[in-house]
Design a binder for this molecule. Sequence first.
Ligand code: PLP
Length: 403
Amino acid sequence: MTTMANDVRELEAQHVLQTYRRQPVVFERGEGVWLFDDAGNRYLDFLSGIGVASLGHAHPGLARAIARQSETLLHTSNLYFHPLQGELATRLSVKTGLERAFFCNSGTEAIEACLKFARRFWHTAGVADRTKFVAFDHAFHGRTMGSLSVTWDEHYRAPFAPLVPGVTFAIASDPASLASLVDEHTAAIIVEPIQGEGGVRPVPPALAAAIAEACRRTGALLIADEVQSGSGRTGTFLYSGTAGLAPDLIALGKALGAGVPVGAAMVSGKVATAISAGDHGTTYGGNLLSTRAALYVLDELDKLAPHIKDAGALFEQKLLTLQKQHKVITSVRGAGLMRGLELAIDAAPVIEAALKAGLLVNRTAERVVRMLPPLTVTAAEIEEATRILDGALRSVSVEEVKA
Ligand code: PLP
């Protein structure tokens, strides 16, 4: 541990609220898929700030675009017409097939907006008692009150009760469980096309069919949380279509700003007609810095799409090979550059061993090693990451044998 790292820790320990458990490393700079710590060690970043740094770190083009914007105009509020929001909304509308965008600053805010717009839709329709939401077990939608209410994990929820009433959770692995929960009082079903925090679990076809049937039968709206699975991560802009979902509302965040905070709630024409001026708002949402960043990211994503497909296929093949070599890997899941290895043991020692060997990945759902590399990741970097993972899995197996 360097002196600087000690200072950083000391200051944090005194004044940063202790809501996070930090890994013992202080990063000073990044370049592409690589991060450098204060002691000069380099790390392959296969987490990209939890699926955020989609273009890699310190991307020169993005840096120039946001620097130029900051020299021109950063923020004027949503009281005035906006030079960039219309352009970004139009491009997102083409990409998602949903007519309108509401801009905000994070994934959880995009979810809050979707939940509010779903309720507003039924309120405008004169069905004010249609307020319930149906979510799924293992779902994660964020930490603010509305998002937390549709998030499954009791550890996150219990200390903050009472949450938004009228939320129930269907069992994703038992599509039939949905039918009894969705009725004429359900405002919307909310689903992650690939659960991220829940352990990298794509929606299986039978569940997508059950969701479609429940929406058709009752008229309930569908909200797709593409905060983690969207913005190009799986090789297409959204994963909803691949999963067989046809959402009325879509939440976007994370990779869309490549490190600049931006979120968006995409809204179908049908739902948008129910929304009036003043129904929702934000001071910062869609400011010039974040919309400029998102426009730049969309340009790059268009160019990167074929690469993401190839890199995702290579990554999958490497992980399947790893599975053949390590009995401890019970499942390889995900799509494109959103991947998870489920282990027969707690994933924490593997994450720790990988970090020591210079690879950043993280643990979700206790036994899953989650990987969300920058979308620019090269074949050589994928090779290197799987080599390090192999070593980390070996070291843990050896430890297990010793124990
Ligand atoms: N939805 C999903 C699927 C997420 O993975 C996350 C964050 O991990 C969120 C919502 C919340 O996003 P944020 O942390 O930007 O508020």
